[in-house]
Design a protein around this ligand. Structure first.
Ligand code: NAD
Ligand code: DAU
Length: 354
């Protein structure tokens, strides 16, 4: 069956993996990748599929409601997988307004266009991709986040994502829009913008630059390979229950400092450096404001109801990820020049002034 699917944020990290999966797996679907190409969006992430006949790129801002409505009408969109967002916590601390605009108003604009265009069409779905950060922070060695955990966002980023989740639920409750939401833990893998922990630290190890560990490095994250997330998104989009929420996680908790030492081990080995060579690059810097102590996801519901399981083990995928960044230095150099370089220098001024 032909379906016209709009994937927002498809030029970003997770979005590019989702677009690739859908374009290759569903030749009968027309996939419209809608992206404003902010600093985080990069069409080079999709070079391998850009010539496929069922792939289309649209440069647009999700906040621009009139343009979004026109695109829905013109392309007869009947499904949305919404990933476009401002996604970096540190940036949200510096500039919360941009996060409210993109993540809240942008989501509202897509919801409203869906509501208007789908009134007489039952074969539709609005799938909103969210984060485990909406649940707040866990103590060490206690429970996991379930779909029932109360929302308690702490950063401007997570507050904006929580707000967008509430709007999605409101459109389901009020207008019976066919919605589904998933909340995922930390992703890693190829094409992640190198402001996030794993690609930033690989890049700095390669270039022998400082590795800025926030606080004492005691915070815990639950890491999931991005392709496992993309497969979960495929399942939930097609088989998830309307109005439901699904948690997605790797059951793979790491203290930051342990993960950093593991990254150093793998990267040094692949660069033929002596064991432990890059540990001297670790520096402890001022903690992130409002830094959530621990995230950990219970994804039993997704496993039980839709049969999802992460494939392969963490060690294999982490090594594969490091290899990818080492083999794609052009990609890294490209995205770490220009506007990003200025941002990074401001963020870590004290490091670069030494
Ligand atoms: P990313 O920052 O790599 O990509 C975001 C994309 O959205 C970019 O291509 C950017 O150009 C686009 N975009 C931003 N503002 C836009 C606008 N106004 N209009 C149109 N496009 C715009 O993000 P990511 O890490 O791939 O995250 C994707 C989604 O998944 C986000 O909604 C994020 O909250 C969620 N998420 C991310 C993670 C993670 O670990 N990265 C985990 C759970 C959930
Ligand atoms: O949990 C899902 C979330 O994971 C997503 O919703 C976000 O979009 C994504 O950015 C990610 O958020 P985090 O804040 O957990 O990711 P980040 O890579 O920024 O940081 C991971 C951990 O590493 C966190 O505890 C902060 C720490 N850190 C990060 C950076 C960039 C450092 O110690 N030093 C650093 O330089």
């Amino acid at each position: 069956m032909q379906r016209n699917i709009l994937i927002t944020g498809g030029a970003g990290f997770i979005g590019s993996h989702v677009v690739r999966l859908f374009v290759n797996k569903y030749p009968n679907y027309q996939i419209y990748n809608l992206d404003e190409l902010t600093y985080a969006g990069n069409l080079a992430n999709l070079k391998d599929i850009e010539q496929k006949p069922n792939y289309h790129f649209i440069k647009a801002d999700i906040i621009d409601f009139e343009s979004i409505l026109n695109i829905f009408r013109e392309k007869q969109i009947c499904g949305v997988i919404h990933l476009a967002a401002e996604s970096h916590v540190d940036r949200s601390i510096k500039d919360p307004f941009t996060f409210a605009k993109t993540n809240v108003l942008g989501t509202l604009s897509l919801l409203q266009a869906s509501k208007i265009c789908w009134e007489n069409n039952k074969d539709t779905r609005f799938y909103h991709i969210s984060t485990d950060e909406v649940y707040g922070a866990l103590e060490m060695n206690t429970d996991l986040f379930t779909e029932e955990t109360k929302y308690s966002p702490h950063s401007p980023y997570s507050a904006s994502k929580a707000s967008s989740d509430h709007f999605v639920r409101a459109f389901y409750d009020t207008y019976e829009l066919n919605t589904v939401i998933s909340n995922c833990s930390n992703n890693y893998g190829p094409y992640q913008f190198p402001e996030k922990l794993i690609p930033l630290f690989i890049n700095n190890i390669v270039n022998e630059k400082p590795l800025p560990v926030y606080g004492k490095g005691e915070n815990v994250r639950d890491w999931l390979f991005v392709e496992d997330h993309a497969r979960a998104i495929d399942l939930i989009f097609h088989k998830g229950q309307t109005g439901e929420t699904y948690n997605i996680g790797g059951s793979n908790e790491w203290k930051n400092i342990d993960l950093i030492k593991e990254l150093i081990k793998i990267t040094d080995e692949l660069l033929h450096r002596p064991k432990g060579y890059s540990e001297k690059l670790i520096i402890y810097v001022t903690d992130r404001a409002g830094h959530d102590l621990r995230y950990a996801i219970d994804s039993t519901k997704l496993q039980r109801e839709l049969g999802w399981q992460p494939q392969q083990d963490f060690q294999t995928n982490l090594r594969l990820t490091v290899e990818w960044y080492l083999q794609n230095s052009d990609w890294l150099n490209n995205v770490t020049s220009g506007e990003y370089l200025n941002y990074y220098k401001t963020m870590y001024n004290e490091i670069y002034e030494n």
